[in-house]
Design a protein around this ligand. Structure first.
Ligand SMILES: N[C@@H](CCC(=O)N[C@@H](CS)C(=O)NCC(=O)O)C(=O)O
Length: 202
């Protein structure tokens, strides 16, 4: 049995989305980041970072949301994991790119503009992160000029991983990046994405 550790209100959101795409049943440890359960020796033995998400797939322990989604799609022979080696490499390229260019930056931008209580928001942190987010949005906009989905004409793990990480961008005005905007809406319109989002916004 698959067990997913981590609340939809964390980076586990993209793993919950993937589990939905694959139609997987799972046990859910609905823990928020830094919840006491994540600080126990038992959880640290699964994830030495004490972070979420982690999965336990019949005893196989894996952390890192992007790696988890690649693993689950491959294990279940999903068409979301392309058959072609070069397309597989592009899934990894986009997943690693997002982790480097956007994952933390977009969270910190949204935290310091709307998510934190106003007394805790820092305009300089918001501005510094926005300066990194906008060129990354430009990269996505350009790439989506060439194809319907991130790596071609089929929806893949690359789209789940990048759009999943861009949950926060759903609340940003993306008028300047119309293709990115349209792609993000199409990704989040998928039934599995809507179900994961409903778990986060309940
Ligand atoms: N690169 C990791 C990041 C995991 C991560 O930072 N998770 C956050 C929640 S979204 C967390 O558990 N934070 C707790 C902490 O920073 O101590 C992934 O994508 O899985």
């Amino acid at each position: 049995m698959l067990r997913i550790y981590g609340s939809a209100n964390s980076r586990a959101l993209r793993v919950i989305w993937m589990a939905g795409e694959l139609g997987l049943e799972y046990q859910h440890e609905d823990w928020l980041p830094r919840a006491p359960e994540t600080q126990t020796p038992a959880y640290r033995a699964l994830n030495a970072n004490g972070r979420v998400p982690t999965i336990d797939d019949d005893g196989f322990i894996l952390s890192e949301s992007m790696a988890i989604n690649c693993y689950l799609a491959q294990k279940h022979h999903s068409p979301l994991w392309p058959a072609d080696l070069k397309q597989q490499a592009l899934v990894l390229q986009w997943s690693l790119w997002e982790t480097d260019r956007l994952d933390r930056q977009i969270v910190d931008y949204v935290r310091h503009t709307v998510a934190l209580p106003s007394a805790e928001r820092k305009a300089d942190i918001a501005a510094a992160n926005w300066k990194q987010v906008t060129p990354a949005f430009d990269v996505l906009e350009t790439s989506l000029t060439a194809s319907t989905w991130l790596i071609g004409e089929a929806f893949t793990v690359a789209d789940v991983n990048v759009a999943g990480a861009l949950y926060r961008a759903l609340s940003i005005d993306l008028g300047q990046w119309p293709r990115l905007d349209h792609w993000l809406q199409r990704c989040w319109d998928r039934p599995a994405a809507k179900a994961a989002r409903a778990m986060r916004e309940k």
